[in-house]
Design a protein around this ligand. Structure first.
Ligand code: ZN
Length: 473
């Protein structure tokens, strides 16, 4: 069954076909590191991480890059307000950003920082000037949008309808055309670091970093480019212009995907409105899995109306998933190792389970319809609870229920971290180390056994010696 996804470039649902068979290259625009991540950003990263997980579940080898914008006037502004250097602010919020990713279970193969790819950006700008797509003016370099025939293809705008790039107003005087956007900016008033360049000392424009980092890390053609819908114009439109003009590969991105905005009780959430809920704040009182449950309960392209009610519902749903996993494990542990023959009811339960699993996949294949997939998952939870209550359970059926539930919960990012998500300790390793400890103990080497236990516990794993052997959590 193929995966269909909505491509913002064509405004259609399309069959997903990767550039290279079995592989997916995905770039997601990340944080500008001058403040905590708000729930709107959190939603974007969780959505694309869920997409990554489902692609992995379907057997693709997924390579994800999420950038960190650590060169930006917003950082400079924040530094001035706080009386710190721009470098200190960028470093502080980069650390916080990466910690938040880790606690939310968001994974990428690389988190490149803009400040570490200045050479790549300069090379790209030079190439664009050489090819006639860009020009210099007063120490700045601008992209000449009239030279790029496809300009406006992502945001569905005609060049003649465009007025100016909204974030480049400060450079109006040196532009030939107000619609042109900045690639390199001469900045004598910039408080952050500046770099030497053939056009004078300055800083890169914002858009060029993603084009340069994506090309360097993922190659000149990629499968999926993601980000919040607020980035379509000008950011993504400009990224396309830069890459396709520079690299001659069209299209640079096969599928453009955009996640919807988050509204606070129906009001568009944005920092400028002071309407700001940080993921960090939420994580103080709620487990990360709850936040992920909340995000997947709305389709990624739709606006997410954040409310206490939605959060409570997510909390409740997550709890039922966690409880049934625990109950299944307890029931499995209480069973004899030799399973009995399957009864009619066992067979019925198994069939229902696989039907629901299929429905789950069908929902995810349809442009990652996570609310529908979550519904199917909760359906399996119900089925498992009913089966457990029936009083007659079979070891094999229990194990199948548990493994399907664990697998699908992992895809949605709602598998309790203690049950083995990517940020929990590697269960296989812990098991093996504890087995070794048992062997050492049996040979009377208690001191060594204690040291092994200490090491394991330092990694955050609790070890308990019980009558039935070693337990860990
Ligand atoms: Zn970007």
């Amino acid at each position: 069954m193929s995966i269909k996804l909505y491509n913002s470039l064509t405004n259609k649902k399309e069959d997903f076909k990767p550039v290279e068979e079995g592989k997916v290259k995905m770039y997601v625009c990340g944080q500008t590191v001058y403040d905590n991540m708000h729930i709107g950003h959190g939603r974007t990263y969780i959505s694309f991480d869920t997409i990554r997980r489902y692609l992995q579940y379907r057997g693709y080898d997924v390579e994800t890059v999420i950038n960190i914008t650590d060169v930006n006037e917003k950082i400079d502004k924040r530094a001035k307000e706080e009386g710190n250097s721009a470098k200190e602010i960028a470093e502080k919020y980069t650390r916080i950003n990466l910690e938040d990713f880790k606690s939310l279970g968001i994974n990428a193969e690389a988190y490149p920082k803009a400040s570490e790819y200045i050479e790549e950006m300069k090379e790209m700008i030079e190439k664009l000037i050489e090819k006639g797509f860009a020009y210099q003016s007063d120490g700045n370099v601008f992209f000449d949008v009239k030279k790029f025939a496809d300009y406006g293809k992502l945001s569905n705008q005609k060049l003649e309808d465009l007025k100016s790039e909204r974030d480049d107003i400060m450079d109006m005087e040196s532009k030939k055309d107000q619609r042109d956007f900045v690639l390199w900016r001469s900045r004598d008033d910039y408080g952050g670091p500046t770099w030497e360049s053939p056009w004078g000392e300055g800083v890169p424009g914002w858009h060029i970093e993603c084009s340069a980092m994506s090309s360097r890390l993922l190659g000149e053609k990629i499968d999926i480019h993601g980000g919040g819908v607020d980035l379509v114009f000008p950011h993504h439109e400009d990224e396309i212009a830069q890459c396709e003009a520079c690299n001659d590969k069209k299209p640079w991105v096969n599928y453009w995907m955009h996640s919807g905005l988050v509204r606070l009780e129906d009001e568009k959430m944005s920092k400028s409105l002071g309407n700001f809920v940080s993921t960090r704040e939420l994580l103080k009182n709620h487990r990360p899995e709850v936040l992920r449950t909340l995000v997947v309960s709305t389709h990624y392209r739709k606006p997410l109306n954040y409310s206490e009610k939605l959060l409570n519902q997510a909390e409740k749903n997550f709890k039922t998933i966690e409880n049934v996993l625990n109950s299944l494990e307890a029931e499995i542990n209480s069973k004899d190792i030799i399973p009995e023959k399957l009864t009619d009811n066992d067979n019925k339960v198994r069939k229902k389970l696989f039907d629901k699993k299929k429905e789950f996949e069908k929902a995810m294949n349809n442009d990652f319809n996570t609310p529908k997939a979550l519904k199917e998952l909760l359906g399996i939870v119900k089925l498992a609870n009913k089966y457990l209550k029936s009083g007659k359970t079979n070891l094999n059926v229990l194990k199948t229920l548990l493994s399907v539930l664990e697998e699908l919960s992992w895809v949605l990012g709602v598998l309790p971290y203690s049950q083995g998500s990517e940020i929990s300790p590697n269960s296989y390793l812990v098991e093996k180390i504890l087995e070794l400890r048992e062997e050492v103990r049996e040979e009377g080497e208690y001191e060594l056994a204690d040291r092994i236990r200490e090491v394991v516990e330092k990694s955050g794993v609790k070890v308990e010696d019980t009558d039935k052997g070693v337990k860990w959590s």
